[in-house]
Design a binder for this molecule. Structure first.
Ligand code: ATP
Length: 273
């Protein structure tokens, strides 16, 4: 079986505090976008992964962890198309797709809540990718409220190409920056929410070079720019496809569009795309 593991952006990401277990409490409007990895799976007696990025072809790959968690074996082929460690949730999306491919190909028929539970064990963003589309996400990521698809929008992603660790960004967050009254919870879901990311200031303090990516997108004509997740990728909303392509060309970024739930969850029986 085969599917596409779409990337996400956080249209909003508000951190409201730190929990006793050390994780931060967040509320976020997440959206799947058209940049996607390509993953196929076929049941086999031995678990294996072929991946075109050598540094990801190891036992720690979340795709293999997903298979071990469900106690299944088979052969995965993963073609990475999106940048990793970028704030786009690539590993989490691959993991969520791996769980769905295994469930389908091995005829497990697991109840959805069991798959979400397994996903939450693999990573905070995995439950979101099991729903895809647009969703309001809470807790440390495990509470997902799927929302009707937003109207399709185009955006431009710009990866500044500097490393930025998720743990370091959360570590640089000042408790004074926690949001007491998050706006995300009042969002009605009818149009793109006002972009906000509590982690952006901390990321900019840690790695001032990411400000250049923000400035490039703004100068190229996209006023609404935000850090995605813990970065380092910045994204800017475009008014249409043509503007997204123009800005992508001018900045060296990638044009992408929102992907709705049905497309985000599509699987097929071919070996690969
Ligand atoms: P998030 O926004 O959830 O932090 P990210 O986009 O910043 O995600 P990922 O692309 O998920 O980051 O990669 C983070 C790390 O996860 C990688 O550096 C890699 O070591 C590990 N990883 C494990 N499996 C995968 C996978 N299938 N694809 C990418 N990275 C993976």
């Amino acid at each position: 079986m085969h599917g596409l593991a779409y990337a996400k952006v956080n249209l909003t990401l508000e951190i409201t505090g730190k929990r006793p277990d050390g994780y931060h409490e967040l509320i976020s409007v997440m959206q799947t976008i058209s940049l996607a990895d390509d993953l196929s799976f076929e049941p086999a007696p031995v678990l294996s992964l072929e991946c075109d990025v050598p540094e990801l072809a190891n036992e720690d790959n979340l795709v293999l962890k997903a298979a071990r968690l469900l106690g299944q074996t088979g052969r995965f082929v993963l073609r990475k198309r999106m940048p990793f460690a970028a704030g786009l949730g690539g590993g989490s999306s691959d993991a969520a797709l791996a769980l769905r491919l295994i469930d389908e190909a091995c005829h497990l028929h697991l109840p959805p809540e069991r798959i979400v539970e397994a996903g939450a064990k693999l990573g905070s963003d995995v439950p979101f990718f099991l729903y895809g589309g647009t969703a309001l996400v809470g807790g440390r990521g495990e509470r997902v409220m799927p929302l009707p698809d937003l109207q399709a929008r185009w955006l431009v992603l710009l990866n500044p190409g500097v490393p930025l660790s998720t743990a370091a960004v959360y570590g640089a967050l000042d408790p004074a920056e926690y949001v007491a009254s998050p706006r995300s919870q009042y969002w009605t879901g009818q149009d793109v929410p006002p972009l906000v990311n509590t982690l952006e200031a901390a990321a900019l303090r840690l790695e001032p070079r990411i400000a250049a990516a923000r400035a490039r997108l703004v100068e190229a004509g996209l006023p609404a720019v935000l850090l995605s997740g813990s970065g380092p990728t910045m994204f800017g909303l475009a008014s249409d496809h043509a503007e997204a392509e123009r800005v992508a060309k001018a900045t060296g970024g990638i044009a992408a569009r929102f992907v709705g739930r049905t497309d985000a969850l599509a699987l097929d029986y071919s070996a690969s795309a």
